[in-house]
Design a protein around this ligand. Structure first.
Ligand SMILES: NC(=O)c1ccc[n+]([C@@H]2O[C@H](COP(=O)([O-])OP(=O)(O)OC[C@H]3O[C@@H](n4cnc5c(N)ncnc54)[C@H](OP(=O)(O)O)[C@@H]3O)[C@@H](O)[C@H]2O)c1
Length: 335
Protein backbone atom coordinates (compact mmCIF):
# COMPACT_ATOMS: atom_id res chain seq x y z
CA UNK A 1 0.00 0.00 0.00
CA UNK A 2 1.22 3.51 -0.83
CA UNK A 3 2.06 5.86 2.01
CA UNK A 4 1.28 9.58 2.14
CA UNK A 5 3.06 11.56 4.83
CA UNK A 6 1.33 14.67 6.18
CA UNK A 7 2.67 17.42 8.45
CA UNK A 8 0.76 20.17 10.25
CA UNK A 9 2.34 23.57 10.97
CA UNK A 10 0.30 25.62 13.44
CA UNK A 11 -1.08 23.47 16.21
CA UNK A 12 -3.77 25.49 17.96
CA UNK A 13 -7.50 24.80 17.98
CA UNK A 14 -7.79 24.18 14.23
CA UNK A 15 -4.47 22.35 13.78
CA UNK A 16 -5.32 19.95 16.61
CA UNK A 17 -8.87 19.36 15.36
CA UNK A 18 -7.43 18.62 11.91
CA UNK A 19 -4.92 16.14 13.34
CA UNK A 20 -7.59 14.30 15.34
CA UNK A 21 -9.99 14.14 12.41
CA UNK A 22 -7.26 12.97 10.03
CA UNK A 23 -6.23 10.19 12.41
CA UNK A 24 -9.86 9.12 12.86
CA UNK A 25 -10.22 8.81 9.05
CA UNK A 26 -7.10 6.74 8.36
CA UNK A 27 -9.13 3.59 7.75
CA UNK A 28 -11.29 5.48 5.25
CA UNK A 29 -8.18 6.63 3.36
CA UNK A 30 -6.94 3.02 3.20
CA UNK A 31 -10.27 1.68 1.99
CA UNK A 32 -11.27 4.41 -0.46
CA UNK A 33 -7.88 5.44 -1.87
CA UNK A 34 -5.64 2.52 -0.95
CA UNK A 35 -3.29 4.93 0.81
CA UNK A 36 -1.78 4.74 4.28
CA UNK A 37 -1.99 8.40 5.36
CA UNK A 38 0.47 9.08 8.18
CA UNK A 39 0.71 12.19 10.31
CA UNK A 40 4.50 12.46 10.53
CA UNK A 41 5.02 15.90 12.11
CA UNK A 42 3.15 18.66 13.93
CA UNK A 43 4.44 21.94 15.34
CA UNK A 44 3.45 25.17 17.03
CA UNK A 45 5.62 28.28 17.29
CA UNK A 46 8.21 26.74 19.62
CA UNK A 47 7.58 23.03 19.92
CA UNK A 48 6.65 20.02 17.88
CA UNK A 49 6.74 16.29 17.39
CA UNK A 50 7.83 14.05 14.51
CA UNK A 51 7.74 10.32 13.81
CA UNK A 52 8.22 8.80 10.36
CA UNK A 53 6.13 5.80 11.43
CA UNK A 54 3.16 8.10 12.12
CA UNK A 55 2.00 9.94 15.24
CA UNK A 56 -0.97 8.57 17.16
CA UNK A 57 -3.68 10.67 18.82
CA UNK A 58 -2.53 9.91 22.36
CA UNK A 59 0.92 11.45 21.72
CA UNK A 60 -0.22 14.82 20.46
CA UNK A 61 -0.19 16.51 23.86
CA UNK A 62 3.53 15.90 24.40
CA UNK A 63 5.17 18.40 22.01
CA UNK A 64 8.92 18.83 22.49
CA UNK A 65 10.58 22.24 22.75
CA UNK A 66 12.73 23.39 19.85
CA UNK A 67 10.98 21.34 17.16
CA UNK A 68 9.42 23.97 14.89
CA UNK A 69 9.94 25.92 11.68
CA UNK A 70 10.00 25.19 7.94
CA UNK A 71 13.24 23.16 8.18
CA UNK A 72 11.73 20.91 10.87
CA UNK A 73 8.69 20.25 8.67
CA UNK A 74 10.90 19.69 5.62
CA UNK A 75 13.04 17.18 7.52
CA UNK A 76 9.94 15.15 8.43
CA UNK A 77 9.72 14.04 4.78
CA UNK A 78 6.03 15.00 4.56
CA UNK A 79 4.64 15.08 1.02
CA UNK A 80 1.68 17.21 2.18
CA UNK A 81 1.77 20.25 4.45
CA UNK A 82 -1.33 21.50 6.26
CA UNK A 83 -0.72 25.10 7.35
CA UNK A 84 -2.86 26.30 10.27
CA UNK A 85 -0.85 29.10 11.89
CA UNK A 86 -2.04 32.61 12.74
CA UNK A 87 -3.37 34.79 9.91
CA UNK A 88 -1.68 38.13 9.23
CA UNK A 89 -2.51 39.49 5.81
CA UNK A 90 -0.30 42.56 6.27
CA UNK A 91 2.93 40.52 6.66
CA UNK A 92 1.89 37.06 5.42
CA UNK A 93 2.38 35.67 8.95
CA UNK A 94 4.52 32.65 9.84
CA UNK A 95 2.68 30.54 7.26
CA UNK A 96 4.44 32.31 4.40
CA UNK A 97 7.87 30.75 5.10
CA UNK A 98 6.37 27.26 5.52
CA UNK A 99 4.41 27.54 2.28
CA UNK A 100 7.27 29.00 0.24
CA UNK A 101 9.58 26.17 1.25
CA UNK A 102 7.01 23.42 0.77
CA UNK A 103 5.73 24.64 -2.60
CA UNK A 104 9.21 25.33 -3.95
CA UNK A 105 10.15 21.73 -3.22
CA UNK A 106 7.00 20.27 -4.80
CA UNK A 107 5.06 19.39 -1.65
CA UNK A 108 1.29 19.71 -1.85
CA UNK A 109 -0.12 22.33 0.52
CA UNK A 110 -3.47 22.64 2.26
CA UNK A 111 -3.76 26.15 3.65
CA UNK A 112 -6.12 27.08 6.46
CA UNK A 113 -4.76 30.49 7.44
CA UNK A 114 -5.51 33.39 5.12
CA UNK A 115 -2.46 35.61 5.80
CA UNK A 116 0.14 34.24 3.39
CA UNK A 117 -2.43 33.67 0.64
CA UNK A 118 -3.70 37.24 0.81
CA UNK A 119 -0.21 38.75 1.13
CA UNK A 120 1.53 36.65 -1.52
CA UNK A 121 -1.14 34.62 -3.30
CA UNK A 122 0.03 35.04 -6.91
CA UNK A 123 3.65 34.31 -5.85
CA UNK A 124 2.60 31.12 -4.04
CA UNK A 125 0.42 30.15 -7.00
CA UNK A 126 3.45 30.58 -9.30
CA UNK A 127 5.67 28.51 -7.00
CA UNK A 128 3.10 25.70 -7.03
CA UNK A 129 2.78 25.84 -10.80
CA UNK A 130 6.55 25.73 -11.28
CA UNK A 131 7.07 22.73 -8.98
CA UNK A 132 3.85 20.89 -9.87
CA UNK A 133 2.62 21.01 -6.26
CA UNK A 134 -1.07 21.28 -5.50
CA UNK A 135 -2.20 24.32 -3.50
CA UNK A 136 -5.59 23.93 -1.81
CA UNK A 137 -7.29 26.50 0.39
CA UNK A 138 -10.85 25.54 1.27
CA UNK A 139 -10.16 26.12 4.98
CA UNK A 140 -9.06 29.71 4.30
CA UNK A 141 -11.87 30.54 1.87
CA UNK A 142 -14.90 30.31 4.21
CA UNK A 143 -14.13 26.71 5.30
CA UNK A 144 -17.40 24.79 5.83
CA UNK A 145 -19.16 26.89 3.18
CA UNK A 146 -18.22 25.56 -0.26
CA UNK A 147 -16.87 28.47 -2.33
CA UNK A 148 -13.83 27.61 -4.45
CA UNK A 149 -15.21 24.09 -5.02
CA UNK A 150 -18.29 25.59 -6.66
CA UNK A 151 -16.16 27.73 -8.97
CA UNK A 152 -13.66 24.96 -9.79
CA UNK A 153 -15.96 21.97 -10.09
CA UNK A 154 -19.70 22.64 -9.99
CA UNK A 155 -19.60 25.63 -12.35
CA UNK A 156 -16.62 24.56 -14.45
CA UNK A 157 -16.76 25.98 -17.97
CA UNK A 158 -19.23 28.73 -17.08
CA UNK A 159 -18.29 32.38 -17.17
CA UNK A 160 -18.69 33.89 -13.72
CA UNK A 161 -20.42 37.25 -13.92
CA UNK A 162 -20.79 38.00 -10.21
CA UNK A 163 -20.12 36.57 -6.76
CA UNK A 164 -21.82 37.77 -3.59
CA UNK A 165 -20.95 36.36 -0.19
CA UNK A 166 -21.91 36.62 3.47
CA UNK A 167 -18.49 35.37 4.49
CA UNK A 168 -18.02 36.39 8.11
CA UNK A 169 -20.02 34.68 10.84
CA UNK A 170 -19.33 37.24 13.59
CA UNK A 171 -20.69 40.22 11.64
CA UNK A 172 -23.70 38.21 10.52
CA UNK A 173 -24.41 37.32 14.14
CA UNK A 174 -24.02 40.97 15.21
CA UNK A 175 -26.29 42.32 12.47
CA UNK A 176 -28.89 39.70 13.41
CA UNK A 177 -28.76 40.79 17.05
CA UNK A 178 -29.08 44.43 16.01
CA UNK A 179 -32.15 43.69 13.86
CA UNK A 180 -33.85 41.42 16.37
CA UNK A 181 -33.22 43.63 19.40
CA UNK A 182 -33.20 47.05 17.70
CA UNK A 183 -29.65 47.70 18.92
CA UNK A 184 -26.90 49.90 17.47
CA UNK A 185 -23.42 48.50 16.76
CA UNK A 186 -21.79 49.31 20.13
CA UNK A 187 -24.57 47.77 22.23
CA UNK A 188 -24.74 44.62 20.07
CA UNK A 189 -20.95 44.22 20.21
CA UNK A 190 -20.87 44.52 24.03
CA UNK A 191 -23.53 41.85 24.28
CA UNK A 192 -21.79 39.54 21.81
CA UNK A 193 -18.45 39.91 23.59
CA UNK A 194 -20.05 39.13 26.94
CA UNK A 195 -21.52 35.95 25.42
CA UNK A 196 -18.20 34.94 23.80
CA UNK A 197 -19.56 35.47 20.26
CA UNK A 198 -17.09 38.21 19.30
CA UNK A 199 -13.36 38.62 19.97
CA UNK A 200 -12.00 41.11 22.49
CA UNK A 201 -10.54 42.97 19.48
CA UNK A 202 -13.24 42.42 16.86
CA UNK A 203 -12.01 44.95 14.25
CA UNK A 204 -10.73 42.33 11.81
CA UNK A 205 -14.31 41.07 11.57
CA UNK A 206 -16.37 44.23 12.12
CA UNK A 207 -14.35 46.52 9.83
CA UNK A 208 -14.73 44.04 6.99
CA UNK A 209 -11.12 42.82 6.72
CA UNK A 210 -11.88 39.13 7.24
CA UNK A 211 -14.56 39.29 4.53
CA UNK A 212 -12.13 41.17 2.29
CA UNK A 213 -9.46 38.48 2.77
CA UNK A 214 -11.86 35.70 1.78
CA UNK A 215 -13.13 37.72 -1.18
CA UNK A 216 -9.57 38.31 -2.39
CA UNK A 217 -8.89 34.57 -2.24
CA UNK A 218 -12.03 33.87 -4.27
CA UNK A 219 -10.95 36.46 -6.86
CA UNK A 220 -7.33 35.33 -7.13
CA UNK A 221 -7.71 31.57 -6.74
CA UNK A 222 -11.26 31.12 -8.05
CA UNK A 223 -11.32 33.62 -10.91
CA UNK A 224 -7.60 33.82 -11.71
CA UNK A 225 -7.35 37.53 -10.83
CA UNK A 226 -4.27 39.23 -9.36
CA UNK A 227 -5.86 41.59 -6.85
CA UNK A 228 -4.17 43.03 -3.79
CA UNK A 229 -5.93 44.50 -0.75
CA UNK A 230 -5.36 47.99 -2.24
CA UNK A 231 -7.70 47.06 -5.09
CA UNK A 232 -10.62 46.44 -2.72
CA UNK A 233 -13.06 49.00 -1.35
CA UNK A 234 -13.66 47.79 2.23
CA UNK A 235 -16.34 48.96 4.63
CA UNK A 236 -17.59 47.26 7.79
CA UNK A 237 -20.56 47.41 10.14
CA UNK A 238 -19.04 49.66 12.82
CA UNK A 239 -21.02 52.72 11.78
CA UNK A 240 -24.46 51.06 11.83
CA UNK A 241 -26.72 52.89 14.25
CA UNK A 242 -29.99 51.83 15.86
CA UNK A 243 -31.67 54.51 13.70
CA UNK A 244 -30.42 52.96 10.45
CA UNK A 245 -31.55 49.54 11.64
CA UNK A 246 -35.02 50.93 12.42
CA UNK A 247 -35.24 52.58 8.98
CA UNK A 248 -34.30 49.34 7.19
CA UNK A 249 -36.83 47.42 9.26
CA UNK A 250 -39.56 49.87 8.38
CA UNK A 251 -38.83 49.25 4.68
CA UNK A 252 -38.80 45.46 5.10
CA UNK A 253 -35.07 45.31 4.35
CA UNK A 254 -32.41 43.15 6.03
CA UNK A 255 -28.80 44.42 6.09
CA UNK A 256 -25.91 42.01 5.53
CA UNK A 257 -22.15 42.53 5.33
CA UNK A 258 -21.41 41.31 1.83
CA UNK A 259 -18.29 40.79 -0.19
CA UNK A 260 -18.98 41.17 -3.89
CA UNK A 261 -17.06 40.48 -7.06
CA UNK A 262 -18.11 41.46 -10.54
CA UNK A 263 -16.34 40.40 -13.67
CA UNK A 264 -16.70 42.52 -16.79
CA UNK A 265 -14.50 42.07 -19.84
CA UNK A 266 -12.06 39.94 -17.85
CA UNK A 267 -11.61 42.61 -15.18
CA UNK A 268 -12.54 41.66 -11.63
CA UNK A 269 -13.83 44.39 -9.26
CA UNK A 270 -14.18 43.65 -5.54
CA UNK A 271 -15.78 45.45 -2.62
CA UNK A 272 -17.00 44.80 0.90
CA UNK A 273 -19.84 46.68 2.54
CA UNK A 274 -23.43 46.57 3.76
CA UNK A 275 -26.13 45.58 1.30
CA UNK A 276 -29.81 45.31 2.12
CA UNK A 277 -32.15 42.57 0.95
CA UNK A 278 -35.95 42.21 0.90
CA UNK A 279 -37.28 39.37 3.05
CA UNK A 280 -38.01 37.34 -0.11
CA UNK A 281 -34.28 37.15 -0.94
CA UNK A 282 -32.53 34.02 0.41
CA UNK A 283 -29.70 36.23 1.72
CA UNK A 284 -32.19 37.87 4.11
CA UNK A 285 -32.75 34.44 5.69
CA UNK A 286 -29.06 33.72 6.37
CA UNK A 287 -29.19 33.98 10.14
CA UNK A 288 -26.81 33.82 13.10
CA UNK A 289 -23.43 32.28 12.36
CA UNK A 290 -24.39 31.04 8.91
CA UNK A 291 -22.50 32.08 5.80
CA UNK A 292 -23.66 32.13 2.20
CA UNK A 293 -22.46 32.57 -1.35
CA UNK A 294 -24.36 33.37 -4.54
CA UNK A 295 -22.60 32.95 -7.86
CA UNK A 296 -24.11 34.22 -11.11
CA UNK A 297 -22.83 32.72 -14.34
CA UNK A 298 -23.61 33.21 -18.01
CA UNK A 299 -25.10 29.75 -18.51
CA UNK A 300 -26.17 28.29 -15.17
CA UNK A 301 -27.88 31.38 -13.76
CA UNK A 302 -27.71 31.79 -9.98
CA UNK A 303 -26.20 29.15 -7.69
CA UNK A 304 -26.57 29.61 -3.95
CA UNK A 305 -24.99 27.81 -1.01
CA UNK A 306 -25.66 28.43 2.68
CA UNK A 307 -23.65 26.71 5.36
CA UNK A 308 -22.40 26.64 8.89
CA UNK A 309 -20.61 24.09 11.03
CA UNK A 310 -19.35 23.85 14.59
CA UNK A 311 -15.79 25.16 14.84
CA UNK A 312 -13.01 24.16 14.83
CA UNK A 313 -14.25 20.79 13.51
CA UNK A 314 -15.92 22.33 10.44
CA UNK A 315 -12.71 24.02 9.33
CA UNK A 316 -10.74 20.83 9.97
CA UNK A 317 -13.22 18.96 7.77
CA UNK A 318 -12.88 21.58 5.02
CA UNK A 319 -9.10 21.12 5.07
CA UNK A 320 -9.46 17.36 4.91
CA UNK A 321 -11.87 17.71 1.98
CA UNK A 322 -8.83 19.22 0.24
CA UNK A 323 -6.78 16.19 1.29
CA UNK A 324 -9.34 13.92 -0.40
CA UNK A 325 -8.98 15.97 -3.62
CA UNK A 326 -5.20 15.54 -3.35
CA UNK A 327 -5.55 11.79 -2.82
CA UNK A 328 -7.81 11.57 -5.90
CA UNK A 329 -5.44 13.63 -8.05
CA UNK A 330 -2.42 11.58 -6.93
CA UNK A 331 -4.30 8.36 -7.73
CA UNK A 332 -5.00 9.66 -11.24
CA UNK A 333 -1.31 10.40 -11.96
CA UNK A 334 0.54 7.92 -14.12
CA UNK A 335 2.79 5.67 -11.99
N1 LIG B 1 -10.88 28.98 14.57
C1 LIG B 1 -11.63 28.86 13.51
O1 LIG B 1 -12.78 28.51 13.59
C2 LIG B 1 -11.04 29.12 12.14
C3 LIG B 1 -11.82 28.98 10.99
C4 LIG B 1 -11.24 29.15 9.73
C5 LIG B 1 -9.90 29.51 9.64
N2 LIG B 1 -9.18 29.70 10.80
C6 LIG B 1 -7.76 30.05 10.68
O2 LIG B 1 -7.01 28.93 11.15
C7 LIG B 1 -5.80 29.40 11.71
C8 LIG B 1 -5.61 28.78 13.06
O3 LIG B 1 -6.68 29.15 13.91
P1 LIG B 1 -6.70 28.66 15.42
O4 LIG B 1 -8.04 29.02 15.93
O5 LIG B 1 -6.25 27.26 15.51
O6 LIG B 1 -5.59 29.62 16.06
P2 LIG B 1 -4.72 29.35 17.37
O7 LIG B 1 -5.46 28.46 18.30
O8 LIG B 1 -4.27 30.68 17.82
O9 LIG B 1 -3.45 28.53 16.84
C9 LIG B 1 -2.41 29.09 16.09
C10 LIG B 1 -1.26 28.12 16.12
O10 LIG B 1 -0.23 28.63 15.29
C11 LIG B 1 0.99 28.41 15.96
N3 LIG B 1 2.09 29.23 15.46
C12 LIG B 1 2.34 30.57 15.68
N4 LIG B 1 3.50 30.89 15.08
C13 LIG B 1 4.00 29.76 14.52
C14 LIG B 1 5.17 29.45 13.80
N5 LIG B 1 6.09 30.37 13.52
N6 LIG B 1 5.37 28.15 13.41
C15 LIG B 1 4.44 27.20 13.69
N7 LIG B 1 3.31 27.43 14.37
C16 LIG B 1 3.09 28.70 14.77
C17 LIG B 1 0.68 28.68 17.41
O11 LIG B 1 1.72 28.11 18.19
P3 LIG B 1 1.86 28.39 19.78
O12 LIG B 1 0.73 27.61 20.38
O13 LIG B 1 3.19 27.85 20.10
O14 LIG B 1 1.72 29.88 19.94
C18 LIG B 1 -0.65 27.93 17.53
O15 LIG B 1 -0.39 26.57 17.70
C19 LIG B 1 -5.90 30.94 11.75
O16 LIG B 1 -5.16 31.46 10.69
C20 LIG B 1 -7.37 31.22 11.56
O17 LIG B 1 -7.60 32.45 10.90
C21 LIG B 1 -9.70 29.49 12.02
Amino acid sequence: MQTLRVAIAGFGGVGRATAQLLLSRRERYRQVYGVDVRLVAVCGSRSGLADAAGLEADRLDALKAGLSGPDFIQASGAEVLIEAGPSDFRTGGPGLAYLREALATGRDCIVISKGALVHSGPHLRDLAQASGAMLKLSGAAAAALPTLDLLEHSLAGCQVLAVEGILNATTNYLLDAMINQGLGFDAALREAQAGGFAEADPRNDTEGWDTACKLLLLANFGLGANLTMDDLVVDGIQSVTAERIAAWRAQGLVPKLVGSLTQVGGEVCASVGIRTYPLSDPFAQVNGKNKAIRITTDTMGETLAIGCGVEPLATAAAALKDLEHILLARAARPA
